[in-house]
Design a binder for this molecule. Structure first.
Ligand code: 13P
Ligand code: SF4
Length: 309
């Protein structure tokens, strides 16, 4: 096996040769985040993918995020280190079921969380991420019924924040955030009574009810870094510890483990490794390829989202 430093050198050489940009989500392994050009949450990475210079986007995140980058960059090559880097939310929302719902409820405005397949995006009226979901739903006229998909916890959070009654919510869930048990958070609060609780809105309502702050991964990081407090219980994927420790090394962060894996890691995100990143830059595979008609239709709700401030 080659040493990490050798693989990193190979990646940096290939990056130059391919005129590639490396985008990494906060849930990637530390060694991937360290060499990325941009580390961010899904909204930030979509925006970065929108305006960069180069021929190849190496997207270190999950497949739906890379699909979004491809829709925004139809003439660039978009690769992902592992083709199986999916997402339980994407899997909970098959496009056939969305089409069937639309047929029964043609008056509903379909608001899709960015964690959906490109086929579902093509069926959607507007997209959102965890950082702009409330603003996106508020941008829809109050008398229009809404279908929010696919995350049940984010949907319920948005419904509460907007006070919107005419909003149906899909029953999908994130296998990482939805399985954080409130009783483990209660125990962590007893162990660290000075700590503030920050939580991603994909967490269950009983976890969100205990949070001092709720936001997207980047919003959580910014809150902890800028807060006057020195200790935090962080209810999201533990990959955020890379930026937290980089920008606030003097503070303490505690992660609550979920019940699936007794960890706080997304199994899909963690499929990407340095070796696979090197291979995808070398082979330009696995590559995101989308039919032109789907690309064209999926671009409309993405651009509508990007236009909402
Ligand atoms: P962010 O929008 O916070 O990046 O979340 C994406 C995600 O997959 C959370 O689990
Ligand atoms: Fe999907 Fe959850 Fe993983 Fe995010 S953490 S990519 S929502 S499975």
């Amino acid at each position: 096996m080659l040493a990490t430093s050798t693989i990193v050198e190979e990646i940096l050489d290939l990056k130059k040769e391919r005129r590639a940009v490396l985008l990494a989500h906060h849930y990637q392994d530390t060694e991937i985040q360290e060499i990325a050009d941009v580390v961010g949450d899904s909204l930030e990475l979509s925006r970065k993918a929108h305006d960069f210079d180069g021929d190849v986007i190496a997207f270190c995140g999950v497949w739906f995020m890379a699909e979004t980058a491809k829709v925004l960059n139809p003439n660039r090559i978009v690769v992902v280190p592992d083709k199986d880097a999916s997402c339980s939310l994407v899997e909970s929302c098959p496009v056939e079921q969305v089409r069937a719902y639309k047929k029964l409820h043609p008056d509903h405005v379909v608001v899709s969380y960015i964690n959906t397949s490109v086929d579902v995006k093509a069926e959607s009226d507007i997209l959102c991420t965890s950082s702009n979901a409330v603003a996106i739903v508020n941008s829809i006229p109050a008398d229009q019924p809404v279908l929010f998909l696919p995350d049940i916890n984010l949907g319920n959070y948005v419904k509460k924040q907007t006070g919107r009654e005419n909003m149906k919510i899909w029953q999908g869930a994130c296998i990482v955030h939805a399985t954080f048990p409130a009783r483990r958070l209660t125990k962590a609060r007893m162990e660290h009574p000075e700590a503030l609780v920050v939580a991603h809105p994909e967490c269950p309502p009983d976890v969100l009810a205990m949070a001092d702050y709720i936001g997207s991964t980047s919003a959580l990081i910014k809150y902890c870094v800028n807060s006057g407090a020195g200790e935090f219980i962080v209810m999201t994927e533990s990959g955020v510890s890379h930026s937290l420790l980089k920008f606030a090394p003097e503070k303490k962060f505690y992660f609550v483990k979920n019940e699936n894996c007794n960890c706080s890691e997304c199994p899909y995100m963690r499929l990407n490794t340095l070796e696979k990143l090197r291979d995808c830059l070398r082979d330009l595979r696995p590559r995101v390829e989308i039919a032109p008609d789907i690309m064209r239709r999926a671009l409309v709700p993405i651009e509508r989202m990007l236009a909402v401030k």
